[in-house]
Design a protein around this ligand. Structure first.
Ligand code: AHR
Length: 609
């Protein structure tokens, strides 16, 4: 088989946003994942704002004769009224307390990873009727080994005070806990307990290794914060941007009832915008558009158009939060959070998978008109698919999601070949091979996805953006399978679908140039798709050519690459590489123990001038 490319063909420039990321709070992607907060249920609010509330996964350190713990409505925070009351019933003075004291401990998200030599910032609010010494310690899960510790002197006071301490770990344990203990008889209250490694991605609270993995993909955009997560199963449990900004102590947190877990909303709207900025990419805000996923007989979970006004204002406020000047109401809140400069928000999506919900189009128009009036430059994304028939409403882009088996996705490499070029552009914001073809992330799935993405490159006059979904999964709480990046408290690896995306990371803004495949008549080309892109690298000052080929068939083929339009003297000898992703079995996967079993292998091309 000969793959022919004319490198001097002017080609067509592809969008700089073509391949990006979709971050959703699913599988503990943020809470207990990318957001490096180690404490789970930091405000004791997970059971709602009544008492007794759910304080799990906090648990008692000591037996019932030594300590009692429970929730109380005594917090200093208006939107977070629940605090933890700890009554110490023993005392070191009469030797009735164990040596480490008694109190409460938090195991984080299936264990905290505490590493020798690293430092951690612990913050908490405390109030006590008597003066005492509070031990703040990372320990092994059974408390026998202290990994890092500090003792806080707490003065007797009716007032709450915020305490902050940085502790250095002397030992490593990836299944550690944070313990707050005392050996002085008395009563004290704690609230809003936080523990973060001091070393986070760009200093903004993102777990470094996970953020680095997504930065390595050179994403052209970041769609966030969901997905179904934005909608909620019921509207009361939808993500609310206002509740996720400002000081952490004042964020009420919420129960995400689609993926069924509580989040303290440490990773909120602000953090999504900040992450996009830190990755040097374009944020795409998906907002709740007054529809939830609830599919009841009544319309109670979809708001009728005549009542939509406050929802529209809420979205305008959200845009003002991102872009408004520091003297605007919401721009001031952003500035107070340490970001006076506006974020570069240029895209918003009106809901997620809501096109067929009651009132979608009429509600959409209210959002559309209000946003365009105030922010004419913002690109608006509709939930309705225009790939087959034109939309009955204006939109800059339409959202397209596809989860299917490998054969279907391979066939869908032609999905956009015949779609209208005169309407809105396409945003494939969620794609993945799912079901038995994917396992928990297989080479087979990645191969079909690569073919689909080549189809997107070839159609990138229409398709402006594409992102794999979901991005992350905490292996301890898999709510969706497969995913691109798997992690636990201290390890992470990319599935083949993650590594597949590395083949496309130079495509954003590159020029697509024609590639053709020729073979003798006995060779079928039905399972082959190719593309060629050319781009300029400013730091090396050189032009690069990347030719990609996917063979989805079960016959291996020898490929000769024939490049014309470039003189041999302009090719740097030994600089041509071949990158192949393969494995002995097509269903092979990566794992914590074998994280790069299926990953790109780079070798030097032979016969290259
Ligand atoms: O990616 C997982 C889910 O799939 C998303 O939340 C939703 O948009 C889609 O149904």
């Amino acid at each position: 088989v000969t793959l022919a490319v004319n490198a001097s063909d002017p080609g067509r420039q592809m969008p700089s946003t073509l391949f990006g990321l979709f971050f959703e709070e699913i599988n503990h992607a943020g809470s207990g994942g990318l957001w490096a907060e180690l404490v789970q249920n930091r405000g004791f609010e997970a059971g709602g704002q009544n008492t007794p509330s759910i304080f799990e996964p906090w648990y008692k350190v000591g037996d019932q004769l030594q300590v009692s713990i429970g929730t109380e409505l005594s917090s200093p925070f208006q939107r977070n009224p629940v605090a933890l009351k700890i009554e110490v019933l023993c005392d070191s003075g009469d030797n009735s307390c164990p040596s480490g004291g008694v109190g409460a401990a938090n195991p984080g998200f299936w264990g905290m990873s505490i590493v020798a030599g690293s430092t951690y910032k612990v913050e908490l609010w405390v109030r006590s009727k008597t003066s005492f010494s509070l031990s703040v310690a990372f320990t092994s899960s059974d408390g026998t080994t202290v990994l890092a510790q500090s003792h806080l002197s707490v003065e007797a006071s009716e007032e709450w005070s915020k305490r902050s301490v940085v502790v250095a770990a002397t030992s490593t344990d990836h299944n550690a806990r944070l313990a707050l203990t005392s050996a002085t008889r008395g009563v004290f209250w704690v609230d809003q307990v936080s523990a973060l490694p001091t070393d986070t991605y760009k200093g903004h609270g993102f777990r470094k290794e996970l953020a680095t993995m997504i930065a390595d993909l050179k994403p052209g955009f970041l769609r966030f914060p969901g997905g179904c997560y934005v909608e909620g199963q019921r509207m009361a449990n939808a993500f609310r941007w206002r509740d996720s900004v400002g000081p952490y102590e004042e964020r009420p947190g919420h129960y995400g009832d689609v993926w069924n877990y509580w989040t303290d909303d440490g990773f909120g709207y602000f953090e999504g915008l900040q992450l996009a900025e830190d990755l040097g990419t374009a944020p795409i805000w998906v907002f709740n558009n007054a529809h939830s996923r609830f599919a009841g007989v009544s319309h109670e979970q979809s708001v009728a158009t005549e009542l939509i006004g406050p929802f529209v204002q809420n979205v305008l406020d959200g845009i003002e939060f991102a872009r408004g000047p520091v003297d605007s109401t919401w721009g001031a809140v952003r500035a107070e959070m340490g970001h006076p400069e506006p974020f570069q928000l240029q895209h918003v999506a009106v809901g997620n998978e809501d096109c067929n919900k009651p009132y979608y189009t009429s509600n959409y128009m209210e959002f559309y008109n209000a946003i365009k009036l105030k922010y004419p430059d913002i690109q608006i994304i509709s939930n309705c698919d225009a790939s087959i028939a034109p939309l009955d409403h204006p939109a800059d882009l339409y959202d397209y999601h596809i989860y299917t088996n490998a054969k279907n996705l391979f066939a869908m490499r032609h999905q956009f070949d015949h779609s209208s070029r005169s309407g809105p552009k396409a945003f494939v914001s969620e794609y993945a091979v799912t079901g038995t073809d994917s396992g928990t992330g297989s080479l087979y799935a990645a191969l079909a996805e690569a073919a689909f993405l080549i189809g997107i490159e070839l159609n990138s006059d229409l398709v402006q953006m594409a992102s794999y979904a979901p991005l992350f999964v905490n292996a301890n709480d898999r709510r969706w399978n497969p995913d691109a990046i798997v992690f636990n408290s201290n390890q992470q690896y990319g599935t083949p679908s993650y590594w597949m995306q590395h083949f496309f990371k130079s495509s954003n803004g590159a020029h697509l140039i024609p590639s053709t495949v020729q073979a003798d008549s006995s060779t079928s080309l039905a399972s082959i798709i190719t593309s060629a892109v050319r781009f300029h690298n400013a730091s090396s000052g050189m032009e690069y050519l990347i030719v990609k080929a996917v063979n989805f068939g079960n016959t291996s083929l020898n490929v000769n690459l024939a490049v014309t339009g470039i003189s041999a003297s302009n090719i740097i000898p030994g600089e041509s590489n071949i990158m192949v992703m393969t494995s002995s079995g097509v269903m092979d996967e990566n794992s914590f123990t074998n994280p790069v079993k299926v990953a790109p292998q780079v070798s030097k091309a032979t016969n290259a001038a």
